[in-house]
Design a protein around this ligand. Structure first.
Ligand code: PDD
Length: 266
């Protein structure tokens, strides 16, 4: 955790005073939803989109609460100020129950080594379909175990495959393939509606790319010019190696898109 304070349902408290009762069944059974967002140079990125998605995730698991957008925004701003942080990640955790709790904490920002944006990353694959893929819930055990396997193999993430061997998404990211100036990505109904996914699509369209939502088969992957993952922490991360196979390098259209996206974020 970063900073000496966290926020509990709008109240700033010292991290040392944080406690969760061990008989809180909603917490121990993971009846909750969460979000991660970026703060850089004091700017909070995509707060509306993240809070909206937090509420959507809550609705999907019938987690009722009375928190509203303004309250959450104010709590985040107060927390950053109190912790005197310019650069951090913010994690929001909404736990259900009779009296729902909203925890907001500051975390150290994660940066991927620059070389990976130039040469691409390694990913592995796994047959796994997430439960309620459109909701960001605390049901994280499968994802934790799958991601652990990736770390053991020095891979950046895991491409999750459905029963038809389509690449649906990354364990912690959205997946895209690219051919010429067209991006292909899994239909949004089947994945988490990533904030980065959405903003990359928007930025790509504004810069003359076409975007097609369709299933992408693993066996067909190397017929594309390239592939990449998107997430809040990584932004656009090009893929180089997929298990035994790989792309030769990063195609020009993807390099260009990465440049356009940096511009779109300013
Ligand atoms: N994960 N898909 C899944 C399954 C994710 O967990 C995430 C984000 C994304 C990307 O969404 P966004 O662009 O809004 O970050 C897609 C974050 C990093 C997390 O688990 O904390």
């Amino acid at each position: 955790m970063l900073g000496k304070y966290f926020s509990h349902s709008g109240k700033l408290l010292p991290v040392k005073k944080a406690k969760i009762s061990i008989d809180n069944i909603e917490f121990t059974y993971g009846f909750g939803v969460y979000e991660n967002l970026r703060v850089r140079k004091g700017k909070i990125f995509f707060i509306n989109e993240h809070v909206e998605r937090l509420f959507k995730s809550a609705e999907m698991i019938e987690l009722k609460h009375n928190f509203n957008f303004e309250e959450i925004k104010t709590a985040i701003e107060k927390l950053i100020k109190k912790n005197r942080l310019e650069d951090c990640n913010i994690k929001m955790l909404l736990i259900g129950g009779e009296k729902p709790d909203l925890y907001i904490i500051c975390l150290a920002p994660k940066f991927l080594d620059r070389k990976f944006y130039k040469q691409g990353v390694k990913v592995i694959t796994e047959n796994h379909e997430r439960f309620l893929p459109q909701a960001k819930t605390l049901n994280m055990l499968p994802s934790y175990l799958i991601f652990k396997r990736a770390k053991e193999q020095d891979a950046y993430d895991v491409l999750l495959l459905d029963k038809e061997n389509n690449i649906v998404e990354g364990a912690r990211s959205n997946f895209f393939a690219i051919k010429n100036k067209t991006l292909y990505t899994t239909p949004v109904e089947k994945v988490l509606d990533g904030v980065t996914r959405r903003t990359v699509i928007d930025c790509a369209k504004r810069n003359g790319y076409e975007v097609v939502e369709k299933d992408i088969e693993l066996n067909d992957l190397f017929n594309y010019d390239g592939a990449f993952l998107t997430s809040t922490s990584g932004k656009i991360v090009p893929i180089r190696e997929v298990g035994e196979g790989g792309f030769e390098g990063i195609c020009e259209e993807l390099k260009e898109l990465m440049k356009f996206y940096s511009g779109c974020l300013k």
